[in-house]
Design a protein around this ligand. Structure first.
Ligand code: DAH
Length: 339
């Protein structure tokens, strides 16, 4: 009897089935009423009394093992048959990685925050604009080169409609519907017809600021510029203004900050000069105020505009513009800690 149990145990352990029918045949062979194990159970009463305990235990073990083995084989079929298994392919991969803020958004928000503390509120305008708001209302002459096809994306069927080349267009959008005091900051995307390279792109981002009120002077502008530079680049930052020309400001200037890489000593980044240019600015040209319905005898104003990519390059040393729009996760991850 013991030999028979051992033999069946070995058989049970080696049981294999290729399909449900084979499995059922095994179940019938070993576990059904007329199966091999039940036959042994029936013989149990013939076992000598002193062996009953040992044989009983072995029989029970055999029965349990057979049942377990059949169950295990059945589980295998079930998971293969209906395609369901413990692996849920629709489940989100863990750990869930949080996204990070884009470097341009980080810097844009910093700029907005600094001007926000000075009382500027956000204004926005359309990226697809008309010639009036981008050029004419801002005192661009009819033949100004910026209107040239080479700089500006025009809509072929509507030469009056352009992709805005600067956020200065929002100045006129705001002035035409409101009266001073006006103190706005206009962040947004702008477009120019440039060949894409590490230092030029067909789209980039600007932040424009405009302040129009009674008695606004160039001194006010300088003070705001200095404060902005120190907040953005550190308390040691110096600024200098160079005379320049923009159609919409008079006088106009470009602002340099002391190179924040070498601290003004001169390095390859600032081409040995110790200064780097960061923005354009000036007093709003009276023609611009008048074109947009504001009395230039009562009011004066200043405006300034800067490129967000340029500021980001200075702050985070991103010197290839293309990186900003490639969405390479390795690049974006570098800014995880920056906000
Ligand atoms: N709109 C100019 C540009 O895109 C930048 C600029 C210069 C804006 C001077 C201003 C300003 O408001 O006063 O290059």
């Amino acid at each position: 009897m013991i030999a028979k149990i051992k033999q069946l145990l070995a058989e049970v352990e080696a049981m294999k089935a290729n399909n449900a029918e084979e499995l059922e045949a095994l179940r019938i062979k070993y576990l059904s009423k007329k199966g091999a194990i039940n036959d042994l159970m029936a013989d149990f009463r013939n076992v000598a009394a002193e062996q009953k305990r040992e044989v009983g235990m072995m029989l029970n073990e055999l029965k349990t093992k057979a049942q377990e083995r059949i169950n295990a084989l059945k589980d295998e079929f079930d998971s293969k048959d209906n395609g369901s298994c413990d692996l849920d392919l629709t489940r989100t991969a863990y750990p869930v990685k949080l996204g990070t803020r884009h470097p341009l958004s980080i810097v844009k928000n910093e700029i907005i925050d600094i001007f926000g503390r000075l009382g500027f509120s956000i204004a926005e305008g359309p990226e697809i604009e008309d010639d009036w708001h981008v050029f004419s209302a801002l005192n661009f002459a009819e033949d100004h080169p910026a209107r040239d096809m080479q700089d500006t994306f025009f809509i072929e069927a509507h030469p009056d409609i352009v992709l805005r080349t600067h956020t200065s267009s929002v100045q006129s959008r705001v002035m035409e519907v409101s009266q001073p005091p006006i103190r706005i900051i206009c962040p947004g995307r702008v477009y120019r017809n440039e060949a894409i390279s590490y230092r030029a792109h067909a789209f980039f981002h600007q932040v424009e600021a405009l302040y129009v009120d009674k008695n606004v002077s160039f001194t006010d502008l300088k003070q705001v510029l200095l404060l902005f530079a120190k907040e953005m680049f550190g308390a040691d930052t110096k600024i200098r203004l160079r005379p320049s020309y923009f159609p919409f400001t008079e006088p106009s200037a470009e602002m340099d900050i002391s190179c924040n890489i070498c601290g003004g000593k001169g390095c390859p980044f600032c081409k040995g000069t110790g200064w780097v240019e960061i923005l354009g600015c000036g007093m709003v040209d009276p023609n611009v105020l008048e074109s947009n319905g504001i009395d230039s005898k009562t009011y004066t104003g200043y405006a300034l505009g800067m490129g967000v990519e340029r500021i980001t390059n200075l702050k985070y040393r991103v010197n290839d513009l293309r990186l900003f729009s490639e969405n390479d996760i390795r690049f974006l991850k570098e800014f995880e800690a920056a906000y």
